[in-house]
Design a protein around this ligand. Structure first.
Ligand code: TRP
Ligand code: ZN
Length: 473
């Protein structure tokens, strides 16, 4: 789904197509003069240099329906994923991204289709062929153990088994471990999950819980993620969980699931979610989604947290700062997602800066003091830290300290440059203008220049495009 909004107002699907045609690349191929379809293969990737296999061309995913049963004892998954997509060209072949277990059947609409697999690429030959403008479904049945994926920096993601279930995280390339799709942040879609697990365990997905039914010793959880979501933000995490439901003061439902072994350590932080969401809403604008919450799991081999949409996931008991960080990502990262992975500082810089603001808001050191400290501007000019380019850190360092800390420093320096009276409306306006969409570094610069009325070429040059410790800006 290529979903954009104007001044925070959701637009219709038809208008979306027209708008993205105008604002990004044409979505629908021009009709042939003769009116005869001209079939070709959809592209195998969107061409993101950090992950060249990610995403696909020729169609735009609208919805994923992912139904599976999983048994932690055997690590066996039995799954059927149905993708609803809009064809953006006449296609005699298209690709999906998939690294999951063996496929037993695949159909396009009602018709079984030929397919082959080549690494992450699942290559499908639909018959009848698919015409531009057609909404079609792809149903993939598969079973086995989903693989753990290793990232360029050595960390793990995808479907990660734990001692009582599975920790499921997909940034930047783990989603194809457990469902086929178009795995790039520019192809957002809505999701429904039907997860069946042994009775007693809880399966926690993005969005709202529609139903929970137990039969013959197994419980099915149905979760509905009603706003567009990038594939990397999808989760259905399984385990023994203590569940709690409450609401923020604005009435947003809060669903938390905490591993019983981590309840005493994490209770104080988890209890502050409503207060954090309220505070962040006051700075960033209305919370973008229909619900919020958190999943606190025990996955010691993962070691990081992820801003999974509506319910960030933690692989151990989170600090208050990490909780603030992941909730801030709901605005910056989840609702407004990067156009390319090189834009990751827009995610991590905002989430880190939100921690600085929270610390000041709750009576700790000021954002200026955090800016100055030895993890940030206080680092020596000779430090290797200053040698990574913020707006292009590369796949190995995309979750290193530079997109986080230099990204946050960039935002604080921008605040100093344009003044509070421009900066705070700017970051709110950015979240509203790009709600449920994507944005690049260039888009952010253009927005900051428009909002401030200033030429910020040199500012962004020294902060995000050049190496070296900035001295004047
Ligand atoms: N985006 C996550 C955060 O900032 C961190 C993260 C996601 C990560 N995937 C990763 C860190 C892979 C290291 C490796 O909270
Ligand atoms: Zn982050």
């Amino acid at each position: 789904m290529r979903f954009r909004s104007i001044r925070g107002t959701a637009v219709t699907a038809a208008l979306c197509v027209a708008m993205s045609a105008q604002l990004t690349q044409p979505v629908l191929a021009a009709p042939e003069k003769s009116g005869e379809p001209r079939y070709s293969a959809g592209s195998a990737s969107v061409g993101d240099p950090y992950f060249p296999n990610q995403g696909n061309g020729g169609f735009d995913v609208q919805h994923y329906d992912i139904a599976f049963s999983y048994d932690p004892a055997t690590k066996h998954m039995d799954a059927t994923t149905t993708i609803t997509a809009l064809a953006t060209q006449d296609m005699d072949q298209f690709n999906l991204d998939f690294q999951g277990p063996e496929i037993s059947a695949l159909s396009v609409g009602k018709h079984p289709a030929d397919f082959r697999r080549d690494g992450q690429e699942l290559i499908v030959t639909p018959r009848p062929k698919v015409k531009v403008g057609e909404t079609f479904t792809v149903t993939v049945k598969y079973a086995g153990t989903p693989p753990v994926i290793t990232d360029p920096d050595g960390s793990i993601e995808g479907w990660v088994p734990t001692d009582d279930g599975a920790f499921v995280a997909g940034e930047p390339q783990g989603a194809p471990s457990w469902f086929p799709g178009s795995d790039h942040p520019t192809d957002k879609a809505t999701f429904t999950f039907h997860a069946t697990v042994p009775e007693g365990l809880t399966a926690v997905g993005n969005g709202q819980l529609l139903s929970k039914t137990t039969k013959d010793g197994r419980t099915t959880f149905v979760w509905d993620s009603t706003e567009p979501m990038a594939t990397y933000l999808a989760t259905v995490t399984i385990g023994n969980f203590q569940v709690n439901e409450t609401k923020t003061s604005a009435g947003i439902p809060v669903y938390t699931a905490v591993d019983p072994r981590l309840v005493s350590q994490s209770a104080a932080t988890v209890a502050r979610i409503p207060e954090i969401v309220d505070y962040l809403s006051s700075v960033f604008g209305p919370y973008p989604f229909a619900s919020t919450g958190a999943i606190v799991d025990r996955a010691p081999n993962v070691g990081y947290a992820l801003e999974t949409q509506t319910k960030p996931i933690f692989s151990s008991s989170p600090s208050l700062g990490t909780m603030v960080h992941e909730l801030a990502h709901q605005w910056y990262g989840d609702s407004v997602s990067p156009t390319r992975w090189s834009d990751i500082w827009l995610n991590e810089g905002f989430a880190t800066y939100s921690q600085w603001l929270w610390t000041e808001h709750t009576g700790g050191i000021t954002a200026q003091q955090t800016f100055n400290n030895s993890s940030n501007y206080g680092r020596a000019a000779t430090s290797a830290f200053w040698q990574t380019i913020t707006a292009d850190p590369g796949p190995v360092d995309m979750f290193g300290s530079v997109p986080y800390n230099r990204g946050a420093m960039t935002l604080h320096a921008l605040r100093g440059k344009v003044g509070d009276a421009v900066f705070f409306p700017l970051i709110k306006g950015w979240a509203a203008e790009r709600k449920f969409g994507n944005a690049s570094t260039r888009d952010f610069i253009a927005y900051a220049e428009k909002t401030s009325g200033m030429d910020l070429t040199n500012f962004f040059d020294v902060w995000i495009f050049q190496k070296g410790k900035p001295t004047t800006w």
